[in-house]
Design a protein around this ligand. Structure first.
Ligand SMILES: [Fe+2]
Length: 212
């Protein structure tokens, strides 16, 4: 029998498993940071979202639909913030991998060279977006129409839209880096881009959206 006072009793949104061990991204991102970031922050968004939607029609909806239905609605901002943060974090974990960085797969590299000149220029734009986002937020590589583009969003902001699809997402909230880098967000973002970024994930997303 379900316990109605348990946050998990009627949970419709589940915290996805991390795609690697908590220590897999060290030393760029420590196991300590991942333990807090995934186990406290990401889990916290899941738990809060479930509390907010349990017993409402939204409990039956997929996460993406909850985000779409609450985006820009002043009376649904708490649901949107938590739902978007659940989605953004799941996407962020996939945007990283142990021994990442390096050269993107050929098809993505060609597309980057078409739209940014070269991979270094693309990384430079991503770094600029990550460091110039004022306060908490996200830096993104997106496919907009048929062009690659770098974007940034504040707080829980997403880049999922009719004409925009995310390929990579980098968390620039302080909780993503403060234990390892203190206030040095640029050092965190540069290290992520050089050593952890999962170009294969971006290439898969490009292929999926380009053929959609
Ligand atoms: Fe985060």
């Amino acid at each position: 029998m379900k316990k109605p006072d348990s946050p998990d009793a009627n949970a419709s949104i589940v915290l996805p498993e991390l795609p690697y061990a908590e220590g897999a991204l060290a030393p760029v991102i420590s196991a300590n940071t991942l333990a807090f970031h995934y186990g406290k922050h990401h889990k916290g968004y899941v738990d809060t979202l479930n509390k907010l939607i349990t017993g409402t029609p939204m409990a039956a909806l997929p996460l993406e639909e909850i985000i779409a239905q609450t985006s820009g609605k002043a009376d649904k901002v708490a649901v949107f913030n938590n739902a978007a943060q659940v989605w953004n974090h799941t996407f962020y974990w996939k945007s990283l991998r142990a021994k990442g960085g390096g050269e993107p797969p050929a098809a993505l590299r060609q597309k980057i060279e078409d739209d940014f000149d070269d991979v270094e220029a693309c990384k430079k734009e991503l770094l600029a977006a990550a460091t110039s986002q004022f306060g908490s937020g996200w830096a993104w590589l997106v496919l907009e129409e048929d062009k690659l583009r770098v974007m940034k969003t504040g707080n829980a902001g997403t880049v999922m839209g009719k004409h925009t699809q995310p390929l990579l997402g980098i968390d620039v909230w302080e909780h993503a880096y403060y234990l390892d880098y203190q206030n040095r967000r640029a050092d965190y973002a540069a290290a992520v881009l050089d050593k952890l970024v999962n170009w294969g994930f971006a290439a898969d997303n490009l292929a999926a959206h380009a053929s959609a």
